[in-house]
Design a protein around this ligand. Structure first.
Ligand code: PMP
Length: 442
């Protein structure tokens, strides 16, 4: 049993000593002390079905023994930023990772986060092309350092960074976007943006295959492949941000595979290490060559323990057929959630692929009025029922359902039932507290 400090003690320490910008997901924050596969346990030992997986991080399942054991063995033997010497862990994992990517994408740079991976990708695109202009998509999220915050397309994630030469294209959002599901029209806007807003030449285009923080927004069909052609014509590099959609989450190994494009640079983090701090950029030898012009170094990037975790994750995904499972359980759960739409007026849209699903809540289906407060309330109710989900979207009114990929059909039924039950009664009876009211979760 857990013998550590209570939730109240932790909360007061957090308030006194940690960043005032930190927020909790629930009105009564959860103190999570243990994890096992698709379950999390609080201080009293209560079990929760985790349908958020630490924001799509824990793909194999919490504390998966086949990830934990090699990591423990490695940390007992050597924990070292091994870039300056030879060590097999980084070499083995880079080889295995490169084998998961198409075409000439076979040079791997390791980082410690998605932000670092995207910063590096954007810098490489600028170096390779000799251009500065980056095009990103509105409502996208790419990180919290200067270049990635600039590329991020949501005001609430932007501080006062100098946002040089970033252009935000229309979001090809089939539900809320101006052109509905017409991917070609959004791609035409991208072309106009490049034509009228830049020299006609760009460094690169960065895009998620399914927007995560933005509220599980799938790109209108045809958009990404048309955008790819436009970006190539403008001399730019195509950067696929697979930080959330990678590592089998969408039922494909990479989100971009559903769009028939082969990117020039792929960035990844979150699910790559099942919770270990690890990120990577994979690109072609030619593009990677730009980093030989100066010294480029990342102390912890590719350290022996994180890369051991990365290799273990790939093995588990393969051995347990998690990609196939994500596709199968994901489409089953999507179907169940879509059925709920007929019963609950508050559901405006159900979307996503594999185990990257979203449910957008609106108080008026016609006007698509975001049901932000109701979303928080329903999530809280679901937590009381023992099911944890996340939320996102500009208005904070989209459930994000991104469970560990070991989720079963039975788990999917539990999520659907909890959703159904909580939606029967979503009247807001209490004002939301600060802890509860911040709308986002990256
Ligand atoms: N890209 C995407 C698509 C993300 O969802 C995130 C994190 N939410 C990032 C980049 C940044 O990753 P990190 O928080 O590891 O820096």
């Amino acid at each position: 049993p857990y013998t550590g400090p209570s939730a109240d003690v932790i909360l007061s320490k957090r308030k006194e000593f940690l960043s005032p910008s930190m927020f909790c997901l629930y009105r009564k924050p959860l103190n999570i002390v243990d994890g096992k596969m698709q379950y999390l346990f609080d201080e009293s030992g209560r079990r929760y079905l985790d349908a958020f997986a630490g924001i799509a991080v824990v793909n194999c399942g919490h504390c998966h023994p086949d990830v934990v054991e090699p990591v423990i063995n490695q940390i007992k033997r050597l924990q070292h930023p091994t870039v300056l010497y030879l060590n097999h862990a980084i070499a083995d994992f880079s080889e295995a990772l490169a084998s998961k990517l198409p075409g000439d994408l076979k040079v791997v740079f390791f980082t410690n986060s998605g932000t670092e991976a995207n910063e590096l990708a954007l810098m490489m695109a600028k170096l390779y092309t000799g251009c500065q202009d980056i095009v990103a998509v509105r409502n996208g999220y790419h990180g919290n350092a200067a270049a990635t915050m600039g590329a991020t397309g949501q005001s609430m994630w932007k501080f006062n960074v100098v946002q040089n030469s970033v252009h935000h294209a229309l979001n090809p959002d089939p539900y809320r976007g101006v052109f509905g599901s017409d991917g070609e029209k959004y791609a035409k806007d991208l072309q106009d943006l490049i034509q009228y807003g830049t020299t006609g030449h760009i460094a690169g285009f960065i895009c998620e295959a399914i927007q995560g923080v933005g509220g599980i927004v799938e790109l209108a069909p045809g958009y990404l492949s048309a955008a790819y052609d436009t970006v190539k014509k403008a001399g730019g590099l195509f950067i696929a941000d697979e930080v959330q959609s990678g590592f089998a989450r969408t039922g494909n190994f990479w989100g971009f595979e559903a769009h028939n494009v082969v990117p020039d640079i792929v960035t990844m983090a979150k699910g790559i290490g099942n919770g270990f701090p690890l990120g990577a950029v994979v690109t072609t030898p030619e593009i990677a060559g730009v980093l030989t012009r100066r010294s480029y170094f990342n102390t912890f990037g590719g350290n022996s323990v994180s890369t051991t975790a990365g290799l273990a994750v790939l093995n588990v995904i393969e051995k347990e057929k998690l990609q196939e499972n994500a596709a199968m359980v994901g489409s089953y759960l999507k179907e169940k959630l879509t059925q709920l739409k007929e019963k609950h007026e508050i559901i405006g849209d159900v979307r996503g692929r594999g185990l990257m699903l979203g449910v957008e809540l609106v108080s008026d289906r016609k006007l698509k009025t975001p049901a932000t407060a109701e979303t928080l309330h329903i999530m809280d109710q679901m937590k009381e029922l023992g099911v944890l989900i996340g939320k996102g979207g500009y208005f904070g009114n989209v459930f994000r359902i991104t469970p560990p990929l070991c989720f079963t059909k039975d788990d999917a039924v539990v999520v659907k039932n909890a959703c159904n039950y909580a939606m029967n009664d979503y009247k807001i009876d209490e004002p939301t507290s600060r802890c509860f009211s911040i709308t986002m979760f990256s």
